[in-house]
Design a binder for this molecule. Sequence first.
Ligand code: ADP
Ligand code: MG
Length: 335
Amino acid sequence: MGTHVSINLWLDPGHSAAEAGEAMQAAFDEIARLETVMSEWQPTSEVSRLNAAAGGEALVVSPELFRVLERSVEVSRISDGAFDISFHGVGQLWSFKPGARPPSPEDIAAKLPLVGWRAIELDPATRKARLAKPGMMVGLGAIAKGYAVDQASELLRARGFVNHVVEGGGDTYVSGTKGGKPWMVGIQDPDRKGVIGALPSSDISVVTSGDYERFFEFEGKRYAHILDPRTGYPVEESKSCKSVTAVAPNATDADALTTAIAVMGPVEGMRFVERQADLEAILITRAGEVLISTGLLDRFIWAPEHDPARAASPPSKGAASHGSSNPGTDGKDAG
Ligand code: ADP
Ligand code: MG
């Protein structure tokens, strides 16, 4: 999946380090297996077979792929298409390696009609999936990583290792505690090394997607890797967030939702978050303002140098309730 994965595990009495090592290796193996199912870039993957069958017969797919397709369609529905795995019909034209160039407007216009989640047909009774339009393609880059993190965590729990953190490229699932205390998930500062703060977390997912990781510049314009499915172009820099963190019950949903919020931008994105049950977020705007959703106001712990309560200037939205930050929290435990 083009990223690093780390697993931290709290070893309770009754388990040996060797058992823990085996469980961790099995979790890494499961992530590697899921990549071979979910990668639209591997021609032999299950998702590539689904793409190749677009416009034709429905395929019976694995329970894993079916689950990811189902969650994808659900997040498309609630985000009004901001998140849409069928973005790939036009997304395949784009490369975000440094030095890349945008595709031609004609090519984008030609592929844009292939985008539209309503043409993803799923039948839970038979586990059949079909992309209704010929040439249509789905890409799971904004959700498969979250699903893999959830599955790795599930595997560790099934082997009796309840207390752990699985993190893959900014997608974190936090299970149980660190010796009875919540794990700390650091929220990276998009502008420099270090964190802006941390969230004490237990049995929850915290996913961060920054637009500082994958982008290119061309003729003075910056193109980052999240596309607006309605236009076929990357989200306009002026309307984008520097970073989006979503907090949700599982990493599959949190991963997809960070992308949805990134497409919406900070204002609409935060309104969306406040409307959803089971969703909280921390958004960092272009201007560097930190927006925190209501449910996290009392949980987020600022790094001392970012704490608005310590700054001379008036605090930004939502930050006022943070009288003090918790010394000894450096966010280094995870994330
Ligand atoms: P990160 O790479 O930081 O984990 P995301 O989770 O937001 O970020 O995933 C970005 C990836 O999602 C892109 O590389 C692309 O594969 C895919 N993608 C881009 N735009 C969309 C979109 N609007 N809906 C669904 N997936 C998208
Ligand atoms: Mg995502």
